[in-house]
Design a protein around this ligand. Structure first.
Ligand code: NAD
Ligand code: TYD
Length: 343
């Protein structure tokens, strides 16, 4: 069965991996990628996908530069036969949301509402809202998030994502728009912008720069390889039930200290590079995900174990120094100096 999908935020980390995954897995699918190309959006992430999709009128892939908050543009794109939307577009970095929350509300909340409204009017058959486990807040030493765990976001980022989830839910309940929400844990893998823990620490270590570990470094995250996340989204897109939430997780809880040590060992760099710095305000202590619903209902199984996934990821950053050297410049360095300067 062919399908024409609007992927938003497809020039970012997960979106670009998802486009590559879908074009390869489903030779009959067409993708339109709407991305505003913020600091985190990078068309270099998609060069191989473009080649794979062919060019000219037969191409299965088209890029449109634009904002998900632009209602007229979104409606025009949807009117051209779009059957499903996968909404990745977002401001995605917690630290930036602490530094300046306004754009998180504009894109993550208002932008999502514009997409929902246009999807309703143009009768889109599927709307996948890509959310995060961070909407559930923080766990103590035991327990896991299930889909019915109450939302209790602690950062402006997670609050904006939780708001979008509630709006998405309301469009299902009120208007019967076939919305599905996915909530995934922390992703790692190729093309991740080097502001997030794993690529920041890999690239800093490669440049013999210090690794700024927040607080006591004992906060716990659940880690999943991005390709396993993409596989889960593809299953939800094709077989998920409208109105449902699906948790996605990697069954891999690690402290930030453990992650840091793994990176240093992979690269053969000394632990003296670690610098304990002032904690992130409102820093969630622990995330853990129960994704048995996804496994049982949709038959999802993870492909990557953490050791292999991390080895491949470190190798990718070693092999793609040009890619990250280019993005670790300009506006990014200004944020880096401002944020880490007085920590
Ligand atoms: P990212 O920051 O790498 O990419 C975001 C993309 O969205 C960029 O290409 C950017 O240009 C685009 N964008 C931003 N504002 C836009 C706008 N107004 N209109 C159109 N495009 C816009 O983010 P990511 O890590 O790939 O995350 C993608 C999605 O997955 C986000 O919704 C995030 O909340 C969610 N998520 C991420 C993780 C993770 O570990 N990275 C985990 C769970 C969920
Ligand atoms: P991050 O990659 O920003 O993802 P999130 O906050 O969305 O989970 O951070 C992952 C963990 O790493 C989190 O506990 C914060 C910590 N961290 C540091 O200790 N130092 C850093 O410089 C960064 C960016 C994150």
């Amino acid at each position: 069965m062919r399908m024409k999908i609007l992927v938003t935020g497809g020039a970012g980390f997960i979106g670009s991996n998802f486009i590559r995954y879908v074009l390869k897995k489903h030779p009959d699918y067409e993708i339109v990628n709407l991305d505003a190309l913020t600091y985190a959006g990078n068309l270099d992430n998609l060069r191989d996908a473009e080649e794979q999709a062919g060019s000219g009128p037969v191409s299965r892939y088209r890029f449109i530069k634009g904002d998900i908050g632009d209602a007229a543009l979104v409606s025009r794109i949807l009117a051209d036969g779009i059957e499903a939307i996968v909404n990745f577009a977002a401001e995605s970095h917690v630290d930036r949301s602490i530094d300046n929350a306004g754009v998180f509300i504009r894109t993550n909340v208002l932008g999502t509402q514009v997409l929902l409204e246009a999807a309703l009017r143009l009768r889109v058959q599927r709307f996948i809202q890509i959310s995060t486990d961070e909407v559930y807040g923080s766990l103590g030493a035991t327990g896991k998030f299930v889909e019915t765990t109450p939302l209790s976001p602690n950062s402006p980022y997670s609050a904006s994502k939780a708001s979008a989830d509630l709006l998405a839910r309301s469009y299902f309940e009120t208007f019967n728009l076939p919305v599905i929400i996915t909530r995934c844990s922390n992703n790692y893998g190729p093309f991740q912008f080097p502001e997030k823990l794993i690529p920041l620490f890999i690239t800093n270590a490669l440049s013999d720069q210090s690794l700024p570990l927040y607080g006591d470094g004992l906060n716990v995250r659940d880690w999943i390889h991005v390709e396993d996340h993409c596989c889960a989204i593809d299953l939800v897109l094709r077989h998920g039930r409208a109105g449902e939430v699906y948790n996605i997780g990697g069954n891999c809880e690690m402290t930030n200290r453990e992650i840091t040590r793994t990176i240093l060992q992979e690269l053969g760099k000394p632990e003296t590079l670690i610098r304990f710095v002032k904690d992130r305000p409102g820093h969630d202590r622990r995330y853990a995900i129960d994704c048995s619903k996804l496994c049982q209902e949709l038959g999802w199984a993870q492909k990557y174990d953490f050791k292999t996934g991390m080895h491949n990821t470190v190798t990718w950053y070693l092999d793609n120094r040009e890619w990250w050297a280019r993005v670790k410049s300009g506006e990014y360095m200004e944020f880096y100096k401002r944020w880490y300067g007085d920590r």
